[in-house]
Design a protein around this ligand. Structure first.
Ligand code: NDP
Length: 255
């Protein structure tokens, strides 16, 4: 049974993984046997996170690039090619949130949120998938959606539009790449305790609302996302394609 989830011999690239959920996915995949390539936009934090994984005995390295920068992405993949490193598993995790009522929202911030959460998923997946197809050895792509892939909340319109787009982009990738034995699925995390949510966790009213609107009556923890990421990276999910799995404590079930 364990062999079904064994990632030994696989290389996984996780974007935006110097901290938060990305780091949790990376550590989980490393524990399942994968070689890890961490990515983030900030060099220093990335180096510290690589060091943390290496000090735990895992095979890890870092590659810094901005997931919205097409040329930087292509250059990073070219460099991996030159080093003989093939990405078998890609987790498109990098993302940002920006809260503002829509009537006050600036185009620049709308665009930044769409680019970082949605366009990045297309750009990094394109770079990974064309190499997976050329190698003819299959692959796994996991896109990170959100509760907002399914349900809207006020003041996060571009994030909601982007995460809704991630859900359908996941279906498009499955439609085009399933024939190459590439499975593309998504994870939709609920409200999870990470730096992205620090201000919301400290906001008593928001914290009460999260707890009272969720049947589990609490925020999720980053480590509670790992099992789904390992499952969708492994042989155990080889006939699952174009799906989004919500890991939300039941929030959507009672909406
Ligand atoms: P964090 O903000 O804690 O971590 C995100 C990481 O991504 C940061 O290290 C950040 O770097 C990096 N990043 C941001 N922009 C870029 C970029 N352009 N290129 C490369 N790296 C970048 O977020 P979470 O861990 O909470 O969230 C991770 C993912 O999960 C996101 O896609 C988010 O939308 C999604 N999600 C999170 C939920 C939650 O409750 N936490 C719920 C639903 C979905 P830096 O800080 O330097 O910008």
């Amino acid at each position: 049974m364990t062999a079904l989830f064994d990632l030994t011999g696989k290389t996984a690239l996780v974007t935006g993984s110097a901290r938060g959920l990305g780091f949790a996915y990376a550590e989980g995949l490393a524990a399942a046997g994968a070689r890890i390539i961490l990515n983030d936009i900030r060099d220093t934090l990335l180096a510290e996170s690589v060091e943390t994984l290496v000090s735990k005995g895992y095979d890890a390295q870092g590659v810094a690039f901005d997931v919205t920068d097409e040329h930087a992405i292509e250059a990073a993949f070219d460099k991996l090619d030159a080093e003989g490193i093939n990405v078998d598993i890609l987790i498109n995790n990098a993302g940002i949130q920006y809260r503002k009522p829509m009537v006050e929202l600036e185009l620049e911030n709308w665009q930044k949120v769409i680019d970082t959460n949605l366009t990045s998923t297309f750009l990094v997946s394109r770079a990974a998938a064309k190499r997976m197809i050329a190698r003819n050895n299959g692959g796994k792509i996991i896109n990170i959606g959100s509760l907002t892939s399914q349900a809207a909340r006020p003041t996060v319109a571009p994030y909601t539009a982007a995460k809704g787009g991630v859900k359908m982009l996941t279906c498009s990738m499955a439609a085009e790449w399933a024939q190459f034995n590439i499975q593309t699925n998504a994870i939709g995390p609920g409200y999870i305790q990470t730096d992205m949510n620090t201000a919301l966790i400290e906001d008593q009213q928001f914290d009460n609302w999260v707890k009272s609107s969720n049947p589990s009556q609490r925020w999720g923890r980053p480590e509670e996302l790992i099992g789904t990421a390992v499952f969708l990276s492994s042989k155990a999910s080889d006939y699952i394609n174009g799906q989004i799995i919500y890991v939300d404590g039941g929030w959507l079930a009672v909406l």
